[in-house]
Ligand binder design. Structure first.
Ligand code: TYD
Length: 208
């Protein structure tokens, strides 16, 4: 049987990796085979592309180049990591996916959503997640939690206004894609959030 594909989205510092780790522990305790992976990255080639995209020294990168590199990392990651795991019947927990491109390169950078949908068509047509979980915490609070932006990370250095647009972008995407993406309130403790996520995934029949 084909495995389940679950993506996680949110602003910088929303706690995606913590929540994915807690969910992974839960799945392990239930004997559900799964992998944890991330975008951009996952495999060797996509991790190399990630370094180019995020490198603070690449300040001259155009927005279009950035969007195409994210899409390139995605197609490779799907081929070498996601698709094989799904074919083995494993659940795939992916840190960021297509809605990151829409929120960051679309709403954040100002590229057209039509262009982003076109360059990501391969992912949209063949590999939409069964559900995308949006960890809902405004960008300013998220940055507070992680004690400010990383000076070596080009995306984190994009500024407060950029990250506000990204957060508002996610809010618009939640309206545009109500079936595909669901918000989870992250204002409580990490364990409360984790319980909410597990309940959501159970209610959709995505985890046992
Ligand atoms: P990362 O350090 O993994 O950030 P986080 O821990 O917040 O997930 O770096 C990923 C960065 O890439 C993050 O700033 C979001 C950005 N991104 C895009 O702009 N577009 C995309 O399509 C993806 C997948 C990520």
């Amino acid at each position: 049987m084909k495995g389940r594909f679950i993506a996680f989205e949110g602003c910088e510092g929303a706690g995606k990796s913590t929540q994915m780790r807690l969910l992974s522990e839960y799945l392990t305790s239930r004997g559900i085979p799964h992998i944890l992976t991330r975008e951009p990255g996952g495999g060797q080639i996509s991790e190399a592309i990630r370094k180019i995209i995020l490198d603070g020294k690449n300040s001259e990168m155009t927005d279009e180049c950035e969007a195409l590199l994210y899409a390139a990392a995605r197609v490779q990651h799907l081929a070498d990591t996601v698709a094989p795991a799904l074919a083995r019947g494993e659940t795939v927990l992916c840190d960021r996916y297509i809605f990151s491109s829409f929120a960051y390169q679309g709403y954040g950078r100002g590229l057209s959503l039509a262009f982003l949908k076109e360059i990501n068509a391969f992912a949209i047509e063949k590999y939409m997640p069964d559900l995308t979980v949006f960890l809902d915490i405004p960008s300013s609070r998220a940055f507070e939690r992680k004690h400010g932006a990383d000076p070596d990370d080009r995306m984190e250095q994009a500024g407060e206004a950029f990250h506000k647009r990204v957060y508002q972008g996610y809010k618009s995407l939640l309206k545009e894609y109500p079936e595909e993406m669901t918000a989870v309130d992250c204002s409580g403790t990490k364990y409360e959030t984790s319980a909410r996520i597990a309940e959501l995934l159970r209610s959709r029949g995505l985890i046992g």
